[in-house]
Structure formats: C-alpha cells, structure tokens
Ligand binder design. Structure first.
Ligand SMILES: [Mg+2]
Length: 303
C-alpha cells in the first residue's frame, strides 16, 4: 500500500460519518476515543491493534510485556479523554508455529495490568494463522466530570503542558509505561482542560492533531521541553523529544489563569508537570525564537 495512513483515515472517516443511523455519535473518528450518547452518561469507545515487527518484536520481548502494552495503549486513549476505563475485549491472531505458552503469557501480562487499573477483560476472539502475531484490544469507558476532554477546545493564549519527559521510548518505556489515568482524572476534576491528547506519534505530530481540531497554532519553548535520558545519562535531543512516538504522556491545554494555579498545585498525583508553550492565533508550530518546527513525527506504515 502506498497511501499514507493519514490519507487512508481521511477516506475511512468520510465513509464512517454516513453510518450514524441512531444518532448516538457525539465524537467519531479523529479523537483519542469515540464518544457515544447514552442515558446516564456518555460512553467512550476505542481500539488499538499491535503487530509483531511494528509495535513490538515477539522475538526477544517478554510476552507478558506485549500483553501489557496492548492494554496500556488503550488505557492511554481513555486517559486522553479524562475518562474511566470499564472493560476490554482482546483479540489475538496467533502464529501456528509458536509455543503454546506465548499467548497465555501475553494474556497474563495483560490481566495483571487490567487488575491494577480495575478494568474487566470481558471477551474477544482468537484465531490461529501462518502470519506474525497480532493483538487487538477494544476498550469501553465512561466520561467523567465535565464530560470527555476533546482535542478541539484549545484557545489562543492557553498554556500547553505535558505530563512527563519525552523521547527514546524505544529503549523500553514503550513496553512499560503507565497510562496517565489518575493524573488525567485529577486534572479534569480540578481544572478546565480545554484540550488533551496522549502522545503516541510524537509531540510534534500529536500537538498538530490538537491544532487541526482547535484551530490556531502553537509556540514552544525549547528549554521547557522535558527530555528523556540515554543509558549513559545524557539527554536525548529536542528532535527526538518532538518526533519519537509512544511516550504515552499526556499533552493538554488550560487557560493562563488556570495554568498559574496548576503550577503551584501540590495535590497533583503524578510526576512534575512541564509547561512547554502557548497556543497562538497564528497557525503553525514554532519555537519561541520564531524557528518553524518541521518535524512530522511517526507516520505508521511509511517508516
Ligand atoms: Mg491517542
């Protein structure tokens, strides 16, 4: 296939838009999860598929960590909506030539994380085939407080935060990260978050998703972008922090007054928050010195 993933999604989105016969869809394709209208509170619904060779390497990875990741990426999408995850289905396409304990170890890692985050594994599917392992998790959750936090509400003047350091997830954190659910729920309860996204494709690309939905642009302070460290203790480059995918930290925006209060908030349950920039009326993504940020980030299927 030669069509970039973003173009494919655009085409699928058009087809999907015509299928909402019962008029229950509040937010469809294009946010971290779908939002469906339901009496007694809205439902969040999302799915993520991981493939051997792309999102993990079965050869050389503990199967438990693969299962853990398959659930964690879905929980991260619920976190990006400031929701509560309720239940997941797990579907496995299992190569016919792997030892029997592999799928069970995958499920064991997934189940441990499910218990930790109080999510029910309620169903799914298994198939055996002659191709690499694929694991697909679908999650339902419920919205909290002021309703789900969407990507489209950032306003010029809003301050941009991230929940932790970025870059180099490939060194192992992409398998072991902790979805920022309690952090998101705390922030949503105590502050009016104007937009939020989880950083799956790299800060530059994911922030552009927010800007596409919200309108406007953003200016980032180079020195404020938190950088993960290499094994030798040196910090990764700004480019790596902007481009590397699978950090699964949250990027969110709040109005300036709220930002000032948040920076002094001692009750926040997560690690240090990092204020990295501001939303601008002018389109585009740039550093405070005016230099344009051209990094595109991780595009699935064309790397
Ligand atoms: Mg997401």
């Amino acid at each position: 296939m030669t069509l970039p993933e973003t173009r494919l999604i655009e085409k699928i989105k058009k087809m999907a838009a015509g299928t909402d016969s019962r008029k229950r869809l509040i937010t469809g394709i294009g946010d971290d999860t779908a939002v469906l209208k339901r009496p007694g509170g809205n439902l969040l619904f999302a799915a993520d598929m991981l493939m051997d060779g792309t999102h993990f390497n079965l050869q050389g990875t503990e199967p438990e960590l693969i299962g853990r990741k398959a659930l964690a990426v879905n929980l991260s999408d619920i976190a990006a909506m400031a929701g509560i995850p309720l239940a997941v289905t797990v579907s496995l396409a299992i190569p016919d030539n792997i030892p029997d304990d592999i799928p069970l170890r995958i499920m064991s890692g997934l189940s441990d994380l499910a218990k930790e985050y109080e999510v029910t594994v309620c169903g799914g599917d298994t198939n055996i085939w002659k191709n690499p392992l694929v694991i697909d998790v679908a999650v339902i959750g419920e919205a909290t407080g002021r309703g789900p936090v969407l990507r489209g509400g950032a306003q010029p003047g809003d301050h941009i935060f991230v929940t932790g350091p970025l870059g180099l997830s490939i060194l192992g954190r992409h398998l072991r990260f902790c979805p920022r659910l309690s952090e998101a729920q705390y922030l949503h309860k105590n502050y009016l978050l104007t937009s939020m996204i989880d950083i799956s494709d790299g800060l530059a690309k994911d922030l552009r998703h927010v800007l596409e939905m919200s309108g406007g642009g953003a200016t980032l302070n180079r020195e404020s972008i938190p950088l993960n460290r290499n094994p030798d203790g040196s910090e990764c480059s700004i480019d790596q922090a902007l481009a590397d995918g699978e950090d699964f930290e949250l990027c969110f925006t709040v109005a300036r007054d709220a930002a000032e209060i948040l920076k002094r908030d001692t009750g926040y349950p997560g690690g240090p928050l990092h204020e990295i920039g501001v939303i601008t009326p002018e389109r585009g993504l740039r550093f405070a010195d005016g230099q344009e940020i051209t990094i595109s980030g991780y595009e699935h299927g064309v790397r």
